[in-house]
Unconditional design. Structure first.
Length: 391
């Protein structure tokens, strides 16, 4: 495996960096760097700037509007965007549903839905988790029955990110009884303004409204709004989740946050000296940097394997575990560096009125979830134990 980037790769990174600095709204950049979510308008403006440049869908093939980049170029692109504080592409439509449609969707779905995903004409959310089906996703009970030329959906989804802003939702539902719970599942494509859908907010511990409950009461959709074959949804969901888990590592974001930590440690004075000169705290920073380097090398090993044509393996599970835990560890160190200031004024709404110190605490609380979504880390360890050790 070659871990050195050649001059072409380094030149590509500088090209991307220059584009971001010339085209990204400073207010949007500041939001991202403070750990806040840009709103839909801000993300749409940025996404359409990328589309105009031909960079709107880094991982998509050319025939569907992608730039035709190698996996190395895609990795470098994501890293530069993270370091520069640019919003990442909308994950649910761009990185999760789109690959499933490309592989299993009908020509009509591909031709109609992918361009709208690319341009954010449609804002998608993911309807997978339920009150009794989180990490055990096969236990979903939301059901759909076929009546004539319509599916009729009843049930509940929970922790649905940005459902209150979404135009459409892709749902894992039970469409038939089967001996095994992994069988009889399907993925349906549902408009969020369909009669019978109710969205209720969940305010998380950081004071923000990002996730929701979604209720389906006799929601009717056309029979053709199904991905692939009825009853094969478990296979499609596993394919989709493989894309989600790989992206949770967020090496570029963690690099940026360690940079923030080091800057803060140089500015904060405790006991008459900068925090960075405290041997215990400096050792903590060094340990985080070592962990991040190991994560980056693991990511690059997977990138190298994909570049050689190999399918993703257990690295995706490893990246999910260590990437999420490292994000939490870095956020905790930044909050510790701020000290009591991080618990100053009470959280206000989306937190934009708070100080940088309090925004740090909000980010810390928000990141508690990353070791849960995409399949909890305990489940990921079980998968690794079975696949690598036969346990």
């Amino acid at each position: 495996m070659n871990l050195d980037f050649d001059d072409d790769a380094l030149g590509f990174m500088e090209e991307v960096r220059a584009f971001v600095r010339s085209n990204l709204d400073p207010g949007t950049r500041e939001k991202v760097l403070l750990g806040h979510l840009p709103d839909r308008v801000e993300r749409t403006i940025w996404q359409r700037a990328l589309v105009a440049r031909g960079w709107g869908a880094p991982a998509w093939p050319v025939e569907h509007g992608g730039p035709g980049w190698s996996v190395v170029e895609r990795y470098l692109f994501d890293e530069v965007l993270s370091e520069e504080g640019a919003p990442m592409p909308p994950v649910f439509g761009m990185s999760m549903l789109a690959p499933v449609l490309m592989r299993y969707g009908t020509p009509q779905q591909i031709n109609e839905l992918l361009p709208r995903i690319l341009n954010i004409d449609d804002w998608w959310c993911q309807g997978f988790s339920e009150p009794n089906a989180g990490s055990d996703l096969a236990a979903v009970r939301t059901c759909a029955r076929l009546e004539g030329d319509e599916w009729v959906i009843n049930g509940q989804k929970i922790w649905t990110t940005l459902a209150h802003q979404a135009d459409r939702i892709f749902c894992l539902v039970r469409t038939e009884d089967a001996p095994k719970k992994q069988e009889g599942l399907s993925i349906l494509l549902v408009s969020m303004d369909a009669p019978g859908i109710t969205v209720k907010p969940i305010i998380t511990i950081d004071g923000a409204h990002e996730v929701n409950e979604v209720f389906f009461d006799d929601v009717r959709i056309p029979a053709g709004d199904i991905v692939g074959q009825a009853g094969k949804g478990w296979d499609y969901a596993k394919y989709l989740l493989g894309h989600e888990r790989t992206g949770i590592a967020r090496v570029g974001q963690s690099k940026r946050e360690i940079g923030r930590l080091k800057t803060l440690a140089a500015a904060v004075v405790r006991g008459g000296r900068p925090l960075r000169d405290d041997p215990v705290f400096s050792a903590r920073i060094a340990s985080l940097e070592i962990e991040l380097r190991a994560l980056e090398l693991t990511t690059l090993r997977m990138v190298s394997a994909l570049h050689a044509g190999a399918p993703p393996g257990s690295e995706a599970n490893i990246l999910k575990i260590r990437g999420s835990e490292l994000q939490q560890d870095i956020a905790e160190a930044i909050m510790d560096a701020w000290g009591p200031e991080a618990f100053g004024p009470a959280f206000v709404g989306d937190g934009l009125e708070t100080s940088p110190a309090v925004a740090t605490a909000m980010t810390y609380f928000n990141l508690r979830k990353v070791s849960i979504y995409g399949g909890s880390n305990e489940i990921q360890r079980n998968i690794l134990a079975r696949s690598l050790m036969g346990l």
